[in-house]
Design a protein around this ligand. Structure first.
Ligand code: ZN
Length: 200
């Protein structure tokens, strides 16, 4: 028998409140929602969590999350393996795949370099990237348009040029979103859009 601690509810709320986007108020709401119908709400969630824990893993090639290793993208014959798009997190892969406009492979860095947060190159999957470049023709930097994101892109580009000078290194164009009114762009997006302007 599990110890029936009176703290079970508080414990659940505490766990929930650590999830991204979840404050302590919403954690309480979710806990109440789950506990008020354990059979219909708590148990299916419990099963889904256990199932995900057992079956989902990091792809040993690109770092994507999938039930297969290598993942469905790395083994997809319709994807061009000579293109590798470098992203910060798996969420970026999901976003790119939703657009359906990219037909290459990915590499998840697991973050970006940051002196402030102590994120050194060794803490990112940069050496794994360098080890999978032998058949690559192009790498595409899809890191955020932040100072750290750009510094990371420059660092990787330098490393890649040393070992694989023939690889084309490109990056996403930053600028005015399609359908976006210039007036409503935030200042830094507009400034970057102006700086990276191209011939008309
Ligand atoms: Zn993969």
């Amino acid at each position: 028998m599990m110890n029936k601690s009176p703290d079970a509810i508080e414990n659940l709320i505490k766990r929930l409140s650590k999830l991204p986007g979840m404050g302590s108020r919403s954690a309480r709401r979710v806990a109440l929602h789950l506990l008020s119908d354990k059979d219909m709400r708590l148990q299916p969630l419990e099963q889904a969590l256990a199932f995900a824990r057992e079956t989902v893993d990091k792809c040993s090639v690109c770092g994507n999350l999938d039930v297969h290793d290598p993942c469905a993208i790395c083994t997809n014959k319709h994807k061009d393996a000579s293109k590798i798009c470098i992203v910060q997190s798996v969420g970026d892969i999901w976003a790119m795949e939703r657009t359906g406009f990219y037909d290459g492979h990915y590499h998840v860095l697991g973050g970006v370099l940051s002196a402030l947060d102590g994120i050194t190159p060794e803490k990112l999957s940069i050496s794994q990237l360098l080890h999978r470049l032998d058949n690559a023709g192009e790498i595409i930097m899809a890191l955020g348009a932040t100072v750290d994101g750009q510094a990371t892109a420059h660092y990787i580009a330098e490393r890649v040029r040393k070992t694989h000078p023939d690889i084309i290194i490109s990056r996403l164009a930053y600028g005015v979103p399609i359908g976006g009114e210039v007036e409503y762009l935030d200042d830094s997006t507009l400034a970057t859009a102006m700086k990276s302007r191209s011939h008309f």
